[in-house]
Design a protein around this ligand. Structure first.
Ligand SMILES: Nc1nc2c(ncn2[C@@H]2O[C@H](COP(=O)(O)OP(=O)(O)OP(=O)(O)O)[C@@H](O)[C@H]2O)c(=O)[nH]1
Ligand SMILES: [Mg+2]
Length: 279
């Protein structure tokens, strides 16, 4: 994925979006979903998303890239604003496009979730409330603090191992680095360097921590995939690639020049089950 945005694929997707929606603005809260070949699971996920939450209107933005099935048609049919990239690149590229598009169209808060039904949308206020109350800039669910339906012991072990690694590297207590149901102020993902085509979740989290944003974890539920298949491959490959992103991002951020924070003078939030400061 190009380090600069927009590259030519992003540009084609943005042009298509503008053709379909003109200069329409988005609601203050945007639920963003990257979806690839999810025609069987996406409709139910979209139907569950409320029109408002915590007193704010909610829009849904789905970014589809190079799908080989009817994912985009399902998204449109179920009322989501839909941005279609011409070639498949990965979840990271799709989300980066969505972060930028949502910001351009006036969103203030962004929530990511997945198209496969693994997250419980009823838990949305748990992500939004700390942002609205300005207790945090970035809120992520945690299956370690909450629960998981997964019976995959390797994945479970991996969640703990990567949490330990990120905690050790960033010296901030993290219990789940790859929970995809996250809320953030719109400027947060748009000020972090995002280069990962697919394995984006730890790049964003480590980048957010490195830039000093206030991060909270909340206990949440990880459900089983509703339909379709994982796009992330075999556990060993997933783990290897994930580890590369964690370490690569941490090294890159350590080397990189410090960037301005949202609130340089803000104290980190220390809450039960939150990301507690250790330095
Ligand atoms: N646009 C787009 N979305 C993708 C791509 N790959 C995965 N996604 C979406 O990203 C979300 C997460 O993908 P999953 O395959 O479920 O991966 P995961 O949840 O990280 O891992 P699992 O635990 O294996 O399910 C889903 O909504 C996918 O449709 C892609 O290449 N392009
Ligand atoms: Mg999944």
């Amino acid at each position: 994925m190009s380090t600069t945005f927009p590259d030519e694929v992003d540009r084609a997707a943005l042009d298509g979006y503008a053709e379909r929606y003109g200069d329409r603005r988005l609601a203050p809260v945007v639920v963003l979903i990257a979806a690839y070949d999810e025609q069987d699971a996406l409709g139910a996920v979209l139907d569950g998303i409320p029109a408002s939450s915590c007193g704010l209107d909610v829009d849904v933005l789905v970014v589809v890239d190079g799908a080989t099935d009817d994912t985009a048609e399902v998204a449109l049919r179920h009322g989501a604003q839909t941005c279609v990239a011409p070639v498949n690149r990965g979840q990271g590229a799709a989300l980066r496009l969505g972060y930028r598009l949502a910001a351009e169209r006036g969103a203030q808060y962004l929530v990511t979730t997945d198209a496969d039904g693994q997250y419980d949308i009823d838990e949305l206020p748990r992500l939004l409330r700390p942002l609205l109350d300005d207790e945090a800039d970035f809120v992520t669910g945690s299956r370690t603090l909450g629960s998981s339906e997964s019976t995959d012991l390797v994945r479970r072990a991996g969640t703990h191992v990567f949490a330990w690694i990120v905690t050790a590297l960033t010296r901030q207590k993290i219990t789940d680095t790859s929970f995809g149901f996250r809320g953030m102020k719109i400027e947060v993902p748009n000020s972090v360097r995002l280069e990962q085509q697919q394995y984006q979740s730890s790049e964003l989290l480590v980048g957010v921590l490195a830039r000093g944003y206030r991060v909270l974890e909340r206990p949440m539920t990880m459900l089983a995939r509703a339909a379709g298949e994982s796009k992330k491959g075999h556990n060993v490959l997933y783990g290897y690639r994930y580890a590369k992103v964690v370490l690569g991002t941490w090294l890159r951020e350590r080397r990189g020049a410090p960037r301005p924070r949202v609130r340089p003078d803000a104290e980190r939030v220390s809450e039960p089950a939150a990301v507690a400061p250790e330095r």
